[in-house]
Design a protein around this ligand. Structure first.
Ligand code: TYD
Length: 134
């Protein structure tokens, strides 16, 4: 049986009368030590992003406001998921071609990563990616 490309992890919420507080911590929603956090926001209408794979990087994506659709492709299968709640974490490991589509205007996509930014970890050509996994 093939394992799903979309690996969702629940992000615990500690809500009370004041509102919500969401937690991503090591051993909880986060299976790795975080060395970098970035967030994608203010995405213009109709813009899609991503279009690359990583050789080593592990990431946890959480859409903390609004929504975004993320598609994952392993060279054979493609799966897509809509992140539309701050309780929904998406783990993306190495060897997956990712694209981000349908950003809502208010979308804020937080990404936790297990490594600093390294240009050399990117595969930016889909053709090269397919060659690397097949
Ligand atoms: P880019 O990789 O094009 O974003 P995406 O593929 O998610 O759409 O990144 C946009 C720019 O930001 C590019 O010049 C690289 C830079 N960048 C960093 O400097 N550090 C980072 O952690 C990331 C993710 C990007």
């Amino acid at each position: 049986m093939t394992s799903p490309l979309v690996q969702l992890v629940p992000i615990p919420q500690r809500g009370d009368a004041r509102g919500q507080l969401s937690v991503a911590e090591l051993g909880g929603a986060l299976p790795f030590v975080v060395r970098r956090v970035y967030w994608i926001h203010g995405t213009k209408p109709g813009v899609s992003r991503g279009f690359h794979a990583h050789k080593q990087l592990h990431q946890l994506c959480v859409c903390v406001a609004g929504s975004v659709r993320i598609s994952l492709f392993d060279g054979r299968r493609e799966e897509s998921v809509v992140l539309d709640a701050s309780t929904k974490g998406l783990l993306i490991g190495p060897g997956l071609w990712r694209e981000m589509h349908d950003f809502s205007p208010d979308s804020v996509l937080m990404v936790f990563a297990d490594s600093e930014y390294k240009e050399s970890d990117y595969i930016k050509s889909k053709e090269d990616f397919i060659k690397s996994v097949i």
